[in-house]
Design a protein around this ligand. Structure first.
Ligand SMILES: [Fe+2]
Length: 278
């Protein structure tokens, strides 16, 4: 028997049919083909965090977000991006959600690719809004089976010795207030927080979280050349790149995928983040 899906899924499906498939058909498939040909960049950045623990100075985090596996992100394109980032040998893997666009079905090989990345400090995932559209519980279960730790309000201590790195994650939240509740409910203040929505940074900076990693905005997908923050993601002030507030840092990746087949001056990316204390 077919599983009943919620209104959120139906709305997203309708948006997908109208904005993505119809736009692609109107351009005789040119938009979609051009979008899928656009290379996913493997970008390396350095983030300096005053509150980062000294023992983990120089730690390298593979940050992946917003694959939106589906029509606009074939599996081989996503797995190839994961493998190119894995080849750089990260210490820790952080996926900040929207692994799938609509349907969780078919996500297992991508979760497996991320779960097999060599990373001595572990592989972590928080879910995004799109991950919840179909079956977030199933996606989370598959991720765990494939070697990822799903963080939904937990903080985990990684590394050896008396000075571990505290890695926390919060599930998808839409508003600043909702995310504020989620961050405040964490059992302790992590050094590293994964949150799909960068709006979590308001609470994270108040709590003293050294570094927050987020996605969700896609950097607006259309930006002014050379000015990634001048983009059409009008609902997000924290839309792309690094931000610093009260000694706490945020990095927002523009992500690997899209929900509309167009990215202008906003190249898709997976990112190696080297974290420096300083
Ligand atoms: Fe997304």
């Amino acid at each position: 028997m077919a599983r009943a899906r919620g209104n959120g899924y139906l709305r997203a499906k309708l948006r997908h049919v109208v904005l993505t498939r119809a736009a692609d058909r109107l351009t005789l498939g040119v938009l979609g083909r051009r979008h899928r040909r656009q290379a996913i960049e493997v970008r390396s950045i350095e983030v300096t965090c005053p509150r980062w623990p000294r023992a983990f100075d120089g730690v390298r985090i593979a940050h992946l977000t917003d694959f939106h596996l589906g029509d606009l992100m074939p599996l081989d394109r996503a797995v190839n991006a994961v493998e190119r980032l894995a080849a750089l040998r990260p210490d820790l893997v952080a996926c900040t959600g929207d692994v799938v666009d609509l349907d969780s079905h078919g996500a297992e090989p991508l979760l497996a690719a991320m779960g097999e990345m060599p990373a001595p400090l572990g592989r972590y995932l928080v879910l995004g809004n799109h991950d919840h559209l179909d079956d977030g519980h199933m996606l989370a279960s598959l991720a765990v089976m494939r070697g990822m730790q799903v963080l939904d309000g937990q903080v985990t201590a990684v590394g050896e010795g008396d000075d571990p790195l505290l890695v926390g994650g919060v599930d998808w939240g839409r508003s600043v207030r909702e995310l504020d509740r989620r961050v405040r409910a964490l059992p302790q203040v992590p050094h590293l927080l994964l949150a799909h929505n960068p709006k979590a940074f308001h609470a994270a900076a108040r709590a003293g979280v050294a570094l927050t990693l987020s996605g969700h905005t896609h950097g607006g997908q259309v930006a002014v050349p050379g000015r990634p923050r001048l983009n059409v993601s009008f609902a997000h002030r924290l839309s792309a790149g690094t931000y610093l507030r009260s000694g706490c840092s945020l990095f927002v990746s523009v992500g690997a995928g899209a929900w509309f087949p167009l990215r202008v001056h906003c190249a898709p990316e997976v990112v190696m983040v080297t974290v420096r204390r300083g």
